[in-house]
Design a protein around this ligand. Structure first.
Ligand code: NI
Length: 172
């Protein structure tokens, strides 16, 4: 297993639409395992393959509260097939360090994906996990949570973030 490097905004790979996965071969399984390890090490509750520089449709998530047994989900070619309700909560992203904002999402989603054995899974999800699914699947479509902000707020974000990146460059 290996820890992978997490790409940060504005890395162009984060803007790409990721390719569907055909064969769930050893390469895909190794990538999934490495992504799980990288997510837990970060620590984060979700990670999408483009965030580690691989433009393919694979996500991992674990939204179990701290101290609770893990609820790891590895989803190949995930898609949201039903959305219900509205919900906004503060979101962050491992690719956009040190920035959080409230993002409008569906409250409940039904998701369809393949597991690593190639079986089709359909599951209903709500709350934090539903948000995580929407956030991670967005990554596969080249979208970041900040892309859901109004254009005014997006402008504020970009300005703030540029300033922050500049400060990081200057500090040793
Ligand atoms: Ni993210």
């Amino acid at each position: 297993m290996a820890l992978l490097t997490i790409r940060h905004y504005p890395d162009p790979v984060l803007k790409q639409v990721a390719e569907p996965i055909g064969q769930i071969d050893d390469e895909v399984k190794t990538l999934a395992r490495d992504m799980v390890e990288t997510m837990y090490a970060a620590p984060g509750i979700g990670l999408a393959a483009p965030q580690v520089g691989v433009s393919r449709r694979l996500i991992v998530l674990d939204c179990a509260p701290q101290g609770q047994p893990s609820q790891l989900i590895i989803a190949v070619n995930p898609e949201i097939i039903h959305r219900q309700g509205e919900h906004a909560r503060e979101e962050g992203c491992l690719s956009v360090p040190d920035y959080c904002c409230c993002t409008p999402r569906a409250e409940k989603v039904r998701v369809r994906f393949h597991d690593l054995q190639g079986r089709t899974v359909e599951m209903d999800s709500e709350g934090l996990e539903a948000v995580a699914f929407q956030h991670e699947i967005d990554h596969l479509d080249g979208l970041l949570f900040v892309d859901h902000l109004s254009s005014l707020k997006k402008g504020v974000f970009r300005k703030k973030y540029r300033k922050m990146l500049k400060q990081q460059e200057q500090s040793p």
